[in-house]
Design a protein around this ligand. Structure first.
Ligand SMILES: Cc1cc2nc3c(=O)[nH]c(=O)nc-3n(C[C@H](O)[C@H](O)[C@H](O)COP(=O)(O)OP(=O)(O)OC[C@H]3O[C@@H](n4cnc5c(N)ncnc54)[C@H](O)[C@@H]3O)c2cc1C
Length: 423
């Protein structure tokens, strides 16, 4: 008999397991694969993510950060470039390799008391009185008082508790590769073309989404993502995207040999899930299983970690009160921690900016010479302060369409800022 069973050892599950163990609960963390499973992910840590990691896991977690970039480049559908250089003392901007990152988080949870069982998929959940019984694929039945569902975007357990699954309008598909590569060859090109070693975000290669090129120390992570409903001819879209980046001189020609190796759904757009807890099943949903991914950026690691931590607090509260109904407070807590900012203001931004290629083109061009808008955009993509989404929205929603159209006509081919701003 465990106090809590946590299902899924991604960042959300490991954080919930760690925080619950620290509170003295008997915790079992179950992972379907091994903790070093290879999840397809850009592995970009927003500044808020790095700060949460330092706070919860300690600064030693830095050992698994693979690479640090010093800026970001946004490219419009027609190839206009907004280049922003990050002064290292102001931005973290780390990237991780997920297999190494996720296994370290799970190891830390286990080292602080959570029992970790790999290769244990939970296939069924039922309740018996005030106990929850999780059945694994190999037939084990495990009893607990509470359950944390941290199973990612393809969760199957929530439905068994009467929680509607993510529908296609709440999911994007991402596809691409992460391959070993001599990145020095790439960095020479980037020094010449943009003068920094950044992450690149390309608007235009897919409708309602973007393409990216993220460098790791010895790897390249290249992909694209768009709403499920728009995914047609993904291989062709990817080849066109790769050719565009190569032809612009941003990647060596031989990168064209890499093919799409992975595809993965991610909660996107109309998120989160309608319900993220069940009092009846003594369950809280965290991370991607709850649909906690930013509707503009697709960033989800920070919310996975934060929701895992909030879930631990709420379970402790319910336990101390001896009242399972306290679990319902979870929604109020995550809404005030990150929900309103990401899902209210994020959706407002996403619903305009991902409307069409023309909007992405005009919008990015209009921002290029507006330093205040660029500053706020950088705060949004790096999640640099509380209410980072609202900070961008409040400025951009006050700009008149006519003024933006006019500014876009005067946009330069390329413009570069150094992010020295007071944020
Ligand atoms: C292509 C792509 C790029 C992305 N890039 C970024 C990025 O750069 N930065 C960022 O912040 N976010 C990014 N995201 C989002 C980010 O990957 C997710 O938000 C994050 O991984 C969510 O963590 P999680 O712990 O909720 O779920 P996951 O990391 O998906 O972990 C869920 C775990 O549960 C396990 N599991 C599932 N079902 C069961 C079961 N029944 N029993 C036992 N175990 C189970 C799975 O094996 C898995 O290990 C990206 C997503 C995609 C798809």
């Amino acid at each position: 008999m465990y106090d809590v069973v946590v299902v899924g050892a991604g960042p959300a599950g490991s954080t919930a397991a760690l925080q619950l163990s620290r509170k003295g609960f008997k915790v079992l963390l179950l992972e379907k694969h091994t903790v070093d499973r290879d999840k397809f992910c850009g592995g970009g840590l927003a500044d808020r993510t790095a700060e949460l990691l330092f706070k919860i896991y300690g600064s030693e977690i830095k050992e698994v950060f693979d690479f640090r970039v010093n800026g970001v480049v946004f490219e419009s559908p027609s190839g206009r470039r907004l280049i922003v250089e990050y002064p290292p003392e102001k931005f973290y901007s780390y990237l991780v390799v997920r297999s190494k990152f996720d296994s370290r988080l799970a190891e830390i949870a286990a080292s602080e008391g959570a029992e970790l069982r790999e290769n244990n998929e939970v296939v069924r959940v039922r309740k018996e009185g005030d106990r929850i019984i999780s059945t694994t694929r190999n037939g084990d039945e495990i009893e607990s008082r509470y359950i944390v569902v941290a199973t990612g975007s393809q969760d199957k357990l929530g439905e068994q508790m009467g929680i509607a699954p993510l529908s296609t309008d709440q999911l994007a598909l991402c596809w691409g590769f992460e391959e070993d590569y001599d990145t020095d060859k790439v960095f020479k090109l980037w020094e010449r073309e943009v003068g920094i070693i950044p992450v690149f975000l390309f608007f235009g290669p897919v409708p309602a989404g973007y393409g990216w090129v993220f460098p790791k120390r010895n790897r390249l992570n290249i992909g694209m993502g768009t709403n499920m409903d728009y995914v047609k001819s993904p291989q062709k879209l990817f080849r066109n995207f790769l050719s565009r980046v190569i032809n612009e001189g941003l990647l060596p020609r031989d990168v064209a040999k890499f093919k799409v190796r992975k595809a993965w759904p991610v909660p996107f757009s109309n998120v989160p899930r309608k319900k993220t807890y069940s009092v009846e099943y003594r369950a809280l949903l965290v991370g991607d299983a709850a649909g906690f991914v930013h509707p503009v950026t697709g960033e989800g690691i920070s919310m996975a970690i934060e929701s895992g931590s909030i879930a631990a607090d709420i379970i402790e509260k319910a336990h101390n009160a001896g009242d399972v109904k306290v679990l319902a407070e979870y929604e109020k807590e995550w809404w005030s921690a990150f929900g309103e900012d990401a899902f209210k203001y994020g959706k407002l931004i996403a619903s305009s900016m991902y409307k069409s290629k023309t909007v992405m083109e005009v919008g990015l061009k209009a921002l290029m010479r507006d330093e205040e808008a660029v500053k706020r955009l950088v705060v949004l993509v790096s999640a640099k302060k509380p209410n980072y989404t609202r900070y961008f929205y409040e400025y951009i929603s006050k700009q008149s369409t006519l003024k933006m159209l006019f500014s876009s006509l005067r946009a330069p081919k390329s413009i570069k800022y150094r992010a020295e701003w007071q944020i």
